[in-house]
Ligand binder design. Structure first.
Ligand SMILES: [Ca+2]
Ligand SMILES: [Ca+2]
Length: 177
């Protein structure tokens, strides 16, 4: 700013006369514009301790990625594991809201990491975290018409959960901590 800078220089000069030498040197070494930029960079780094790889989005301590190539649930989980991740596990409503807004967006239906393949109606996350939160559609899970619905998707605008056959082809969300 051509107006501000000369006044800054005058302020600097005034400070030089009044303040200890060290403080004067620091102030004079950095033009106001550079100082602002450096500070912004530092605080950005401090606020983003959990950095995710390119193409992944961070929320709290995790990294999330939508894979839009439709796969059955097993292939989807294996694809996540190849990236040192799992199908997503979800533990809070804020996390659910983040996923709806930033990951699922307007997709109709996507896989998540919940399944009851080992014992019917005993749902587990692929990353072995405890199931402390669920977001089922009404009347789900239902093993619809006694078909083997052992893998969980989220669908519709509010992305509530539904058990569906594991060989369904869907996009999926990978998650790593
Ligand atoms: Ca089932
Ligand atoms: Ca179902």
């Amino acid at each position: 700013d051509p107006v501000t800078c000369p006044s800054c220089m005058r302020a600097s000069g005034f400070t030089a006369a009044q303040a200890p030498a060290v403080k004067t040197a620091t102030f004079g070494a950095e033009p106001p514009l550079t100082t602002t930029g450096t500070n912004a960079g530092d605080s950005w780094t401090d606020n983003h301790k959990y950095e995710c790889d390119v193409g992944w989005q961070s929320f709290q301590a995790g990294c999330y990625k939508l894979l839009s190539e439709k796969s059955d649930w097993n292939v989807a989980q294996k694809a996540c594991q190849k990236m040192d991740a799992n199908l997503v596990s979800i533990h809070t409503l804020p996390e659910m809201e983040f996923i709806i807004r930033n990951i699922k967006k307007d997709l109709d239906q996507v896989w998540i990491g919940l399944h009851d393949r080992e014992m019917q109606m005993d749902f587990q996350w692929t990353d072995h975290t405890p199931v402390i939160f669920t977001f089922w559609h009404p009347y789900e899970p239902n093993n619809f018409r006694n078909t083997q619905e052992d893998c969980v998707s989220m669908w519709g605008p509010d992305a509530r959960w539904d058990d569906v056959p594991c060989n369904t082809s869907l996009p999926f969300i990978s998650y790593s901590v």
